[in-house]
Design a protein around this ligand. Sequence first.
Ligand SMILES: Cc1cc2nc3c(=O)[nH]c(=O)nc-3n(C[C@H](O)[C@H](O)[C@H](O)COP(=O)(O)OP(=O)(O)OC[C@H]3O[C@@H](n4cnc5c(N)ncnc54)[C@H](O)[C@@H]3O)c2cc1C
Length: 595
Amino acid sequence: MKAAPLEEYDVLVLGSGEGGKSIAWTLAQQGKHVAVIERKYIGGSCPNIACLPSKNIIHSAKVASYFYRSGEFGITKDNCRINLSVVRDRKRKMVDGLIKMHLDNFKASGAELVMGSGRFVGPRTIEVALADGGTRVLQGEMVIISTGTRAAVEHIPGLSEASPLTHIQALELDDIPEHLLVLGGGYVGLELAQAMRRFGSRVTVIERNDRLAHREDEDVSEGLHEVFRDEGIGVVTAARVNRIEGKSGQSLKLQATQTGSEIVLEGTHLLVATGRIPNTQGIGLELAGVELTERGYIKVNERLETSAPGVWAMGECAGSPQFTHIAFDDFRVVRDNLAGGHRVTTGRQVPSCMFTDPELARIGLSESEAKTSGTAYRLAKIPMKAVLRTRTLSETRGFMKALIAAESDHILGFTAFGVAAGEIMASVQVAMIAGLPYTALRDAVFTHPTMSEGLILLFSAVPPISISSGSRAGGTIDLACKRSVVETVDRLESLLKAKGIKVFARIDQASEAKAASLAMRPMVLLIFGDPKAGTPLMKRYPSLAIDLPLKALVWEEAEGKVWLSYNSPEFLQQRHGLNRRPFEAIGQLLQAATQ
Ligand SMILES: Cc1cc2nc3c(=O)[nH]c(=O)nc-3n(C[C@H](O)[C@H](O)[C@H](O)COP(=O)(O)OP(=O)(O)OC[C@H]3O[C@@H](n4cnc5c(N)ncnc54)[C@H](O)[C@@H]3O)c2cc1C
């Protein structure tokens, strides 16, 4: 048989997932000769078999849940019946539309889509077993690997013989399982377990850890257990499955050990949702000089370069956090690095949302992570029912909580377990990106009644910075001021000078622009003013008067720069971006100056 001729490209992309397609379209639009090799799912897992189809099915399940509760809303319809094949067809229709959209994008960008299974046969050279027969051999000046992951089927005796469902088949069911056993209490397992229960299946979730969503805080797991219990979903935790008998779709028996005792669980269908394994085996990576990590992911540096020159990897196969938005950010990393920049994957935000009902959204540190890393924090937590919007919806379950730094107003983390949690999180995330103090959200004017409005309540519940003990605590200091403000500042200035700290300027509150311009200089800055005098600033910010003159703020900057202010901390933070750690020694001087 004649060998296929070598076809040369500027860029080859293996796998058309989120990162792969985005880089292909971008580079093709820039005039590069680009080919994307995809074995089955045009556009990758997200639009075909993962995020979007699962959210589509989950939404149908939500509609079903409204039917069960319809009496509560004063709307009843007799003979509520669920037709799973119609549920599935709505999903299929959406997926068809998404595939068409992807094909249009390929066409518009000029990137060639090669349908077939690719494997490396040499450096930057991929042989494609074409979906419609035949072979092509493509070589790229640059190659990007984005082959994703697939559902793991663990080595449990009888598991693969039971032909369990993965998320792919579960999203294609057209009959409601009589009793679905779900192996795994993580994102995929929980989302699908709840949806199937709402369609009328009996459901039992089997989790090897001692609680659902065990990587989240305990109060989150508790909330989930409560929801699942109320919806009649069986949850078996701390259970290790030893053996499985039977076939999914017929009847099954699972033998497991739970805290030392043998248990047997029976069901008609089995869904495995116990993790993912990377699609990196059998694709000739060794011939391409691409190394793997111990766990089988492609080894990349923080710029997403592999061990082979000219070869990059992105998305789940490169070990990136398993979310579509992260695969998309990987695309941005590679795009910018190819353009000569230096963009890295380290230190980026990794928000997540689990689409159970209610949703669970988190950005930044959780409480358990803060405790493990020894990060001091202040906690604000409110029940969702405190957010009045939830009452209009009759969706009052859950809570929101935020972790704020112990010594500054920096937002460290946010978790919401409740209706629209994923959407609310975005506002907090924006504040975190901008480096805003939590007070910016607390003092914002949000529309009533919305879920975002709840952020005002949440952030109003942040405890003040502690000024107790001999630690480096500080922040707002309530002063029993026995002197006038001017006298206090005079005294403080001389105390500071005696300590060898340079006092740079004393600024009246009216000159805020001047204060801002001085903000960058190394100095001690005393900002003071008398609210009763009614400076222009006080007129504009009457609420400041409440804090004055008996509150002072002490800030430490790097290299011995110090801020002292008789302004409100919120004002300073908002206007001048000051968000610095208080300096206890200065705080003590200030206390002394007021006596
Ligand atoms: C049920 C489920 C629900 C999810 N829900 C969400 C969610 O709500 N939000 C979220 O952010 N994330 C969600 N995820 C995760 C999300 O789907 C993934 O993080 C994302 O799709 C990863 O993109 P990727 O480009 O790395 O891989 P993929 O999208 O999997 O793309 C890899 C592509 O490579 C192709 N491929 C592999 N090997 C070859 C080969 N040798 N030759 C040719 N082609 C090949 C595959 O067919 C595939 O199309 C969910 C995942 C699952 C399983």
